[in-house]
Design a protein around this ligand. Structure first.
Ligand SMILES: [Zn+2]
Length: 473
């Protein structure tokens, strides 16, 4: 079976390029993961979902055992120290608790587990090794317990973001410190006070800067140069620029990763998401509270809503978009034959797909064209109204990571919860309505139907006189 060539928009060249892995038997991707000090917000969900679809596609194209996906956990950071202090808990407690919620969130969004989820605190030795190489090759210097990267020592610095040194100076929040030689120089290592987490190093007890963490973890798990590096567009400068500077200078390489992919911004109901505007919403809140749109949403709804916009476009996160995604999923659920063995979120999808010629090639082409998921979702939607086998639908859903079984289960759980809370009153109203109908009091019967409708309950009168109830929201 011929597979379409995967095309990827490369931020480094600002072009859509054919993807050619360094080693097709060992395709390697790194995506910057969370700093575990607070719950992940809905903007953080975007790269999780986007790169999960890419991971699934790569597994299909190269075989599940030939793809390594690394997404790190940043568990040493000054934001973590500050938050743990604020809450009066240990750093360990905070990072463990936050990571647990994060893992549950990504699981609910239907994301496969990455091959490796390295923790920064477990890669301090590699960070120190990279810093020592940088000092030895004249790209870094130690001063006052700090180690700084010497930006002017790298003529190609700024290549990814394409900013001039002047623009970068204006754009970065440069703190002037006496130990810095140049304004742009950034911290690789800094000293820790007694109450701060720290590790012994050739420069005294201290801790790493944020950027060096990703250079060390990608090196440890993917090597000096690898295929794809991903993240949100807000990471291009300075984070990714600095990762490139560290890795390329430490290993004497032209490139850290061959393809750099960045997802676009997310805004909420037309406005930038911020705590001060009060429109800040976490994945956890969307899934488990009534904060957004007065109700909770299933992970499949969040995922489909995300995939209906191309990953490089800005996305407007709205209640309306979530409602539309839910309507789509509800329709698909009614068409789907659930007796067909579901293809779960594991390697079986890719294995089955390799043997399946029935999947519309248009669908594969859309996904392979720089992850054109909006087009793929249209093709998937069409497939539900055409005569297709449920196995094919199941494979198509699996490739996008949409789990209709999970959606159906979440709907069922929501209905259960509703009736547990309101079941008595609903039953009482239904019997009152039945009594009204028996005495041909149609006005009263209609009034009760409306009252139930206002509660979100739709009634269906059956031929045998019985009435079924259904939760509509
Ligand atoms: Zn990173």
């Amino acid at each position: 079976m011929s597979t379409p060539a995967l095309k990827i928009y490369n931020t480094l060249t600002r072009k859509k390029e054919d993807f050619r892995p360094i080693d097709p038997a060992n395709v390697r991707m790194y995506v910057c993961g969370p700093t575990v000090y607070d719950y992940a917000h809905i903007g953080n969900a975007r790269p999780l979902i986007v790169f999960d679809v890419l991971f699934r596609l790569l597994r299909h194209l190269y075989g599940p055992e030939h793809v390594i996906y690394v997404r790190n956990i940043t568990d040493v950071d000054d934001k973590i120290n500050a938050r743990a202090f604020e809450r009066g808990i240990s750093i360990r407690e905070l990072t463990e608790e936050t990571n647990k919620v994060f893992q549950a969130d990504v699981c609910a969004l239907g994301c496969l587990e990455p091959t490796v989820q390295p923790r920064a605190t477990e890669h301090i030795a590699q960070m120190i090794a990279i810093i020592e190489r940088l000092i030895a090759s004249g790209h870094a210097y130690a001063a006052d317990g700090h180690v700084l990267f010497d930006v002017p020592s790298m003529p190609s610095y700024g290549r990814l973001s394409r900013r001039s040194l002047d623009e970068m100076l204006a754009g970065a929040r440069v703190d002037v410190a006496p130990y810095k030689r140049g304004d742009m120089d950034f911290v690789l290592w800094k000293p820790s006070k007694e109450n701060e987490p720290g590790w012994d190093s050739p420069w005294g007890r201290g801790r790493p800067g944020w950027h060096i963490e990703c250079s060390a973890m990608s090196w440890a798990h993917l090597g000096e140069t690898f295929d794809i590096h991903g993240g949100g567009i807000d990471l291009v400068f300075p984070h990714h620029e600095n990762e490139i500077a560290q890795s390329c200078c430490a290993f004497g390489r032209e490139l850290m990763a061959n393809y750099w992919m960045h997802n676009g911004f997310l805004q909420v109901e037309g406005e930038k998401m911020s705590k001060s505007l009060g429109n800040f919403v976490t994945i956890h809140e969307l899934l488990h509270t009534e904060k957004f749109g007065g109700r909770s949403w299933s992970g499949e709804v969040l995922r489909l809503a995300m995939l209906r916009t191309h990953y490089r476009q800005p996305i407007d996160w709205t209640v309306k978009a979530l409602e539309e995604a839910e309507t789509k999923l509800t329709y698909w659920m009614t068409v789907m034959d659930f007796s067909v063995a579901p293809l779960g979120s594991d390697g079986r999808i890719a294995d089955q797909l390799l043997r399946s010629d029935e999947v519309p090639s248009t669908y594969m082409d859309a996904l392979s064209d720089d992850l054109n998921t909006p087009l793929a979702m249209q093709i998937l939607d069409r497939a539900f109204s055409e005569p297709r086998t449920d196995r094919v639908l199941s494979i198509m859903l699996g490739l996008s990571g949409i789990d209709l079984n999970a959606f159906r289960a979440s709907r069922h759980a929501r209905d259960q919860a509703f009736f547990e809370k309101h079941g008595d009153i609903v039953d009482r109203l239904i019997s009152a309505r039945n009594a009204a109908r028996a005495s041909k009091n149609w006005a009263e019967s209609d009034r009760i139907r409306d009252e139930l409708a206002a509660m979100g309950i739709a009634l269906k009168d059956k031929k045998d006189g019985a009435t079924s109830r259904e939760v509509k929201r």
